[in-house]
Ligand binder design. Sequence first.
Ligand code: GLA
Length: 380
Amino acid sequence: MLARPLAFFFFFAFPIAVFGQNTLAAAPPMGWNSWNHFAERVNDATIRDTADALVSTGLRDAGYVYLNIDDTWEGQRGAQGFIHPNSKFPDMKALADYVHSKGLKLGIYSSPGPKTCAGYEGSLGHEEQDAETYAKWGIDYLKYDWCQRPPSSVDEMKAAYTKMHNALVKTGRPIVLSLCQYGWNKVWEWGPSVGGNLWRTTGDISDRYAVMAEIGFGQNGLERFAGPGHWNDPDMLEVGNGGMTEDEYRTHFSLWSILAAPLIAGNDLTRMTPYTVAILTNREVIAVDQDPLGKQGFRVAQEGPFEVWMKPMSDGSKIVGLFNRQRTTEQMTASFDQIGIRGEATVRDLWLKKDLGVFNKSYSAYVPPHGVVLVRIKEK
Ligand code: GLA
């Protein structure tokens, strides 16, 4: 029998030491972030109200657990160099306790530069102090956004992100690290090596179909860089913010799920239309995103504005998105050859939540303008 301290190490400490950071973000992170809707108007009350709304709307139970404060929470540093929140956040530890009491996790934001993108205090030169402060408050997620520091060599970027990763690890608290530097220097090739659990692949999204579509459909080719623990991040969701049609938001959510993208809602959760709630909480679509195989989907066919995308699932089924990027309804077809299905297969529509029957060789459907038909196809 192992001596007591040694046994303790192998049964408890060893798995945490070895696997602790790696089990973070085993599936793409899900949650909410303040920026897309509130920007600099976020404060303590916003976060508490959003925590309550995550619970009352069913979003938490659908998987949205990270409640992330974006830029503009930062105050001044004290004489010893430790950061304080500004007056919008009187007591960050108390806020974290509140968020945790709701079964949620709290995220925060900083920059490897001297200032953040909105001009608040950044972490440059204070990485260890900031990590220590976040851990003390009970922070579970850090978005680390390259601001006020010119785009630089890959080595400088790697060093800056590694520095914060090491500082977070040193605290002993599991904290998801979200890299944000807009895809510079092909971040997907080195994101995992600097401790990133996710990394933005593009510039900022906005609440417009054209911007969302350019970002989302532009992700093709990055699929081999994503997997459990490390994800491509095409930016946060705009679903429910009002700038797109219901069909366009379904396209947005379907595409992000096929991409195994982080699902970080960015709307006001205290005021949602029933269709916004229905989109964000569609369990069958969320299951596409969160599938344990962790494969990012990709485009299998394109004819002008008509794109067919596919995501392989852990049960052997294939998720297929028929995306119509033009402004009129069109019939589209997924050929089973293109998605690696032989013979007959069952087809289920994930937005209608309906089994459509058995099909041979292909599946066709009418797809609304800027819309999607999202199906699960399983070989018989
Ligand atoms: C950058 C990021 C955004 C947001 C703002 C905050 O633009 O890409 O997601 O965090 O900074 O200033």
